[in-house]
Design a protein around this ligand. Structure first.
Ligand code: SF4
Length: 361
């Protein structure tokens, strides 16, 4: 579907967390499942999103991560000990297994082997730098790469997320911490999959280590983040995703998102897949501007936000909502219709009262 000779765009944990945040969107599910580069597609559709990190932010993030992992990860392990496992023996050094292998499958197998060996020989600390993990997502395998995974002296596994946003006096921007927690939850799920194949299964800890620059410096600061809630939500949402084959089976024959197709053809291909746009898409999906335009043109109430959408029940467009409020359509027993008619009545009364006041001599 992405076209012949077009390399697949790999799904990362950030994309998986976003996919899980909107499990009802078949459009995103099929494009991600087919490995389509959505940023490129959005540009081809004339609605580039400007989504993603700037080159400057990427370079700064990479430099900070290198600093955190310098000297065999000594500082990172010190933070892991202090924030995740203060009762354990302090790390005086750590095993750093070589995880290089050919291709994502090879790296995933190498990571699983390193985790198994580290767990069997537990008693000290092991640091896995950029391990590769796999997760089944709607029938296709997605490879994800945490910044690091630490194996504790008791054999437990912890995810480490290194971010370049600052931690001031021990706390950071809650929305950024929340996004990092959702991303880490994907890694925890993938790690649990590896752990489930070992006997006995090691404990995958649900408190992850978040490492950020301290007070705008480039010194690292750590904080434990409990991702139990994000893990549960992500697992539930990923399980709800429609299988990619089912979505593909419902599309017109020959639907293709290849970069060399004319814009009209690409637009038709994208529009052939149902989407559930919500304002949250603006910060999570490259196609957001395109989908927002379409939702606006169709008068879809989803663009007003999920809470309002949920309250309107079966009324899917602004036109339907207004018709129901005016009493022209809608089931009079439907609580949403009852509420809309009452709101319309109150509005009419308020306007009539305002007019009376205005015309009062
Ligand atoms: S922007 Fe479009 S494709 Fe992306 S998740 Fe939202 S509705 Fe789906």
């Amino acid at each position: 579907m992405r076209g012949p000779d077009v390399p697949a765009k790999a799904l990362d944990a950030r994309a998986l967390a976003a996919l899980a945040a909107n499990p009802g969107c078949s459009r995103r599910a099929i494009l991600d499942g087919a490995g389509v580069d959505k940023a490129w597609l959005a540009t081809a559709l004339g609605a580039p999103s400007g989504f993603g990190q700037s080159q400057f932010a990427l370079t700064r993030g990479n430099a900070f991560e290198a600093r955190v992992k310098a000297d065999g990860g000594a500082e990172l392990l010190r933070l892991a000990h202090a924030h995740l496992d203060p009762g354990a023996e302090p790390p005086s050094g750590a095993a750093l297994p070589d995880l290089t292998a050919h291709g994502p499958q090879g790296r995933t197998a190498r990571t699983a082997l390193a985790l198994r060996e580290a767990t069997r020989g537990a008693g000290g600390w092991t640091l896995l730098d950029h391990p590769m993990l796999a997760l089944d997502v709607a029938g296709s395998l997605a490879f994800v790469e945490p910044d690091a995974v630490v194996v504790h002296p008791d054999g437990g596994w912890s995810v480490v997320e290194i971010k370049s946003f600052p931690m001031v006096d021990g706390s950071a921007d809650p929305s950024k911490v929340g996004a990092a927690a959702r991303q880490a939850a994907v890694y925890v799920l993938a790690l649990e999959d590896v752990a489930s194949r070992l006997d006995p299964a090691p404990r995958v800890r649900h408190r992850v280590l978040l490492v950020c620059p301290k007070d705008f410096s480039n010194l690292p600061a750590g904080r434990a983040v409990d991702v139990r809630k994000q893990r549960a939500v992500t697992a539930r949402q990923l399980a709800r995703l429609t299988r990619v084959e089912e979505i593909a089976g419902a599309l017109p024959e020959g639907t293709c998102f290849a970069p060399d197709r004319p814009a009209e053809e690409l637009t038709a291909a994208v529009e052939a897949v149902p989407a559930t746009y919500a304002p949250e898409c603006l910060s999570t999906c490259e196609l957001a501007f395109h989908c927002r335009e379409r939702a606006r043109a169709a008068g879809a109430v989803t663009r007003l936000g999920r809470p309002l959408r949920a309250e309107l029940g079966g009324l899917a467009t602004v036109e339907e909502v207004l018709a129901a409020a005016r009493g022209e359509s809608g089931d009079p027993a439907d609580p949403a219709v009852v509420a809309l008619r009452r709101a319309a009545r109150l509005r009419a009364e308020a306007l009539a009262a305002a007019r009376e006041v205005a015309t009062c001599p």
